[in-house]
Design a protein. Structure first.
Length: 344
């Protein structure tokens, strides 16, 4: 079968995965990415025998094509095609492509997400990338678990540890960049901003998201020239809650915002009580706090005579993750030298 937009070489035989429909190749907006796409297509469409060097190169090329489509490299994003390339790469023997199929199951590349179906792919990934497998398993468990946020009547004083933290720590000990970023978030949630900044700074050479987080925390530290008062009025607690709710000068943290609203309300702030009543007026299906509703309330002012009115505010400053748990596995465009195992 001819790959649409590919060179004229026939598909892999006999071990190639038959494609159910031709791939449609949108033109990339970036010249380097377009050249890389053509290079990978050339490799992916070679004839090959089972176990041959050509088959290995085709498997790797199919895996990288899937990553390009998943992340929209050069403006060519197509998650459905990404999954097809991942399937082809797995059929040709690329073990890392199991991560692609696991992520498509968790996040949904061709329809609704089906997280539970990711488990077999994660199990296969453990043999070649245990750290990434542990991180994807942690992510899977968190996606499938009920949302656990503050409830009415709860007054959290300390952040609760992330669920299934043993998986996250194991992935971090294996050097997984995404797990290490998550541990940086834990430092932020616990108020250990200097530790978080150091963590993100150490990861900055490997992750643009970590570099941005380090810069954000550093800028906040440098601008914090006023020591907070030892005791605050209810109105001051309310304003501090709004800072965390909106991400105004600090990373947005809804759990911390709710805690501070509760302190302000307990001190007699009617505005904080109104905000809490609004927060809990639209619970998530599991009874927890609805994140989308929290985002809307961040743009509302409830302080004027009990009325809820929109307020103009700057976009919240948020900590960042990488676009997907596979982003760091995408190779830069350009010629790739053969490794020793690639050479005949």
């Amino acid at each position: 079968m001819q790959l649409s937009g590919s060179p004229t070489a026939p598909p892999l035989e006999p071990s190639g995965l038959p494609l159910t429909a031709p791939f449609e190749m949108p033109r990339a907006s970036n010249t380097a990415a377009e050249a890389e796409r053509v290079r990978l297509l050339t490799l992916a469409s070679q004839q090959a025998r089972r176990g041959s060097r050509a088959e290995k190169m085709a498997a790797t090329a199919s895996w990288q094509l899937g990553l390009m489509y998943l992340h929209g490299a050069g403006g060519m994003q197509d998650r459905s095609q990404a999954q097809q390339w991942f399937e082809r790469a797995v059929a040709l023997g690329e073990p890392l492509a199991n991560a692609g199929l696991a992520w498509c199951a968790i996040d949904g590349c061709t329809g609704a997400a089906r997280p539970a179906t990711a488990r077999p792919w994660i199990a296969k990934l453990h043999a070649v990338a245990p750290g990434r497998a542990d991180y994807l398993e942690w992510l899977l468990e968190n996606r499938m678990a009920p949302l656990a946020l503050a409830q009415p009547g709860m007054y959290p004083r300390e952040p609760t540890p992330a669920p299934h933290r043993a998986l996250l720590q194991r992935a971090a000990h294996a050097g997984d960049i995404h797990a290490l970023i998550e541990l940086g978030f834990e430092h932020v949630a616990a108020g250990r901003l200097l530790e978080a900044e150091k963590q993100f700074q150490a990861l900055a050479p490997r992750s643009a998201a970590a570099a941005a987080n380090a810069q954000l925390l550093a800028s906040r530290r440098e601008s914090s020239t006023v020591t907070p008062p030892r005791s605050r009025t209810p109105d001051e607690w309310y304003l501090e809650a709004r800072r965390y709710h909106q991400g105004n000068g600090v990373p947005a943290n809804y759990a911390e915002a709710i805690r501070l609203y509760q302190i302000a309300a307990a001190g007699g702030s009617a505005t904080a009580r109104r905000m809490l009543a609004l927060i809990y007026s639209r619970p998530a299906p599991d009874g927890g706090v609805d994140i989308a509703w929290m985002q809307q309330l961040a743009q509302m002012d409830v302080s004027q005579d009990g009325r809820v009115v929109p307020m103009a505010t700057a976009a919240p400053v948020l900590l960042q993750r990488e676009p997907t748990p596979l982003y760091d596995l995408m190779q830069p465009a350009g010629p790739k030298p053969l490794t020793r195992s690639d050479k005949p």
